[in-house]
Design a protein around this ligand. Structure first.
Ligand SMILES: *Cc1c(COP(=O)(O)O)cnc(C)c1O
Length: 359
């Protein structure tokens, strides 16, 4: 086997080695049953245990109670949630904060189901900041926010105060930072950034709010279907749920969110310090430093050619996935929970060497 690369891909992305090891073993034999995790019925008791444990662990990590919240595992990616949220909860009007490409896509879908108010947007500056002093509609069914903007490298550390039910796309920072979890009515996160492999989306839903969902929707598009069936209405993405379950246990083993966040802050600081240390050469792409993401660190060099050289030389040192999103270019280092400190340290060292050779 090749030695492990330094993985800075934005998603699917790096997973803890211990999770990969456990997954490898379960692919050959799951729970001493003589079948692979890929081969077992989702109705088998041992698999049901996997899904219930994952739900409980997600609640434990957040500190939310099972009386008030339910955790779902559904297919279709976060992009399906863009439609499912308004399909279920947009009765008349919803407020959306537009902070990037993913928010924009969520808005596009919501418009199919009702009135959408863009309560705030940072589109005027190509999403390089987070809007402040937002005024919300007094009568919105909910407010939708994207907590971490994977492409543009901004992240809400604290959220604006809202009066309506709060819905969050946390795809790229779920369980990477502590949140006031009980402020949310619905959270969704495609697993492949910070929680596991692609194929499954985690939804954390306030039970009281579920009561307000619209009844007349296709069965698979109703949260109630999945909530009533414990995410086993149909075949869930069982393999992906298994890996997410192992990742949640890994998070608990790290010491929970406080410990994970502390490590993420250290990694991000190393990288932002390296950028700012040569601010004439490396240009951080987020306007206000307070808005910078702990998960996706984005910056530019003076020309696209120099950026390409940077990415190419990094690749030779086994640092992968540093190319910025195709819509913005530049450099992006995604340093999710499972990205080891050593990978960030190596990148920072390379940045120093590259600066000296090319300034
Ligand atoms: C990646 C991403 C999505 C899209 O997720 P899919 O699972 O590919 O549909 C949505 N929102 C955010 C914030 C993302 O980072």
């Amino acid at each position: 086997m090749a030695t492990r690369a330094h993985n800075f891909f934005a998603g699917p992305a790096v997973l803890p080695v211990s999770v990969l090891e456990q997954t490898k073993n379960a692919v050959m034999d799951f729970a001493d049953l003589g079948v692979s995790i890929l081969e077992i019925s989702h109705r088998d008791k041992k698999f049901e245990e996997v899904i219930r444990t994952a739900e409980n662990d997600a609640l434990e990590i957040t500190g939310l109670s099972a009386q008030e919240y339910t955790v779902l595992f559904v297919g279709g990616g976060a992009s399906t949630q863009f439609a499912m949220v308004p399909m279920n909860f947009l009765h008349k009007k919803a407020d959306y904060i537009n902070t990037g490409e993913w928010s924009s896509k969520a808005i596009k879908e919501a418009k199919l189901f009702g009135e959408v108010v863009e309560a705030a947007s940072s589109k005027d500056k190509n999403f390089n900041y987070l809007p402040k002093n937002i005024s919300f509609s007094p009568d919105a069914d909910y407010v939708h926010i994207t907590t971490n903007n994977t492409i543009f490298g901004t992240q809400w550390k604290t959220l604006p105060a809202v009066n309506a039910p709060l819905v969050a796309d946390m795809s790229s920072d779920m369980f990477g930072i502590q949140r006031e979890w009980n402020k949310y009515s619905l959270i969704y996160a495609g697993a492949q950034k910070n929680l596991g492999p692609s194929g499954v989306t985690m939804v954390v839903l306030k039970k009281a709010w579920l009561e307000k969902a619209k009844e007349k929707n296709p069965t698979m598009m109703k949260y109630k279907t999945h909530a009533d069936a414990g995410s086993l209405y149909n075949t869930p993405p069982s393999f992906a749920v298994f890996v997410v379950g192992k990742t949640l246990q890994w998070i608990k083993g790290q010491g929970g969110l406080a410990a994970v966040q502390e490590k993420n802050e250290k990694k991000a600081k190393l990288l932002y310090d390296a950028i700012d240390g040569h601010g004439d050469f490396y240009k951080g792409s987020v306007a206000d430093k307070a808005d910078r993401s702990l998960m996706n660190v984005t910056w530019n060099l003076s020309t696209p050619e120099l950026e390409e050289k940077f990415i190419g030389e990094a690749k030779k040192l086994k640092m992968l996935g540093l190319k910025g999103h195709r819509s913005v270019g530049g450099i992006r280092a995604s340093i999710y929970n499972a990205c080891p400190m050593e990978s960030v340290e190596l990148l920072v060292k390379f940045m120093e060497d590259f600066y000296k050779a090319n300034k």
